[in-house]
Write a protein that binds this ligand. Sequence first.
Ligand SMILES: N[C@@H](CCC(=O)N[C@@H](CS)C(=O)NCC(=O)O)C(=O)O
Length: 215
Amino acid sequence: MPPSELVSHELDLYSWNTPNGQKIIIALEEAGAKYKYHAIDIRKGEQNAATFRAISPDGKIPAIVTHGETPVTLFESGAILFHLANLYPTLNGVTPQDQASVSAWTFWQVGQLGPLTGQFGRFHSAADNKNQAAIEHFEQLVWRCLTVMETRLGESPYLACDRLTIADIACIPWIASKQSYLQIYDVPWQQRCPAINQWATKLCARPSVIAALQL
Ligand SMILES: N[C@@H](CCC(=O)N[C@@H](CS)C(=O)NCC(=O)O)C(=O)O
């Protein structure tokens, strides 16, 4: 019997309530996928269990296992988003140009917005021995990212094209989630970035984003 007949859901999601985890929930909810959520409590070190590392070798959430004729195991949020966009094309752009734009903006999130905001938070949260130069360096880079997004969203309703795609889904938790370092360290993006604010307000009204961000 193929796995698809053994399970009532299409995939298993192993995740936690951080921006990288929230992205995948938004994508799955937008796609209307049937999935089972497995909480991996990264505060307790559950990401280091051998069973989880067999799915996610770097010991990081999120990771998925899909069921069906050709089951797939996958880690890295960007790779998961592209896999989902292939399974559920409504998450992608339609034209070759739009799909190229979706790739560019999704890679931009995983290579720029996410890591730079993460490092900004990392240096801010150091309990003692705060490195002021590093905090300022990463704060500047976060503002650089916000300026890039602000310019783009001033000319386009969504990041990649004229509809919601995995590019927006990748970015929204890093901007609007209460777990985002922008909120945790009071970065005033709402006041200074009106186009991002308008985009975020629109996205945060979607049931998929509400479901992911309330976790
Ligand atoms: N590049 C990875 C980063 C994932 C990541 O950093 N996950 C964090 C939570 S947001 C994590 O699992 N941290 C646990 C650890 O590093 O031990 C992705 O995009 O999926």
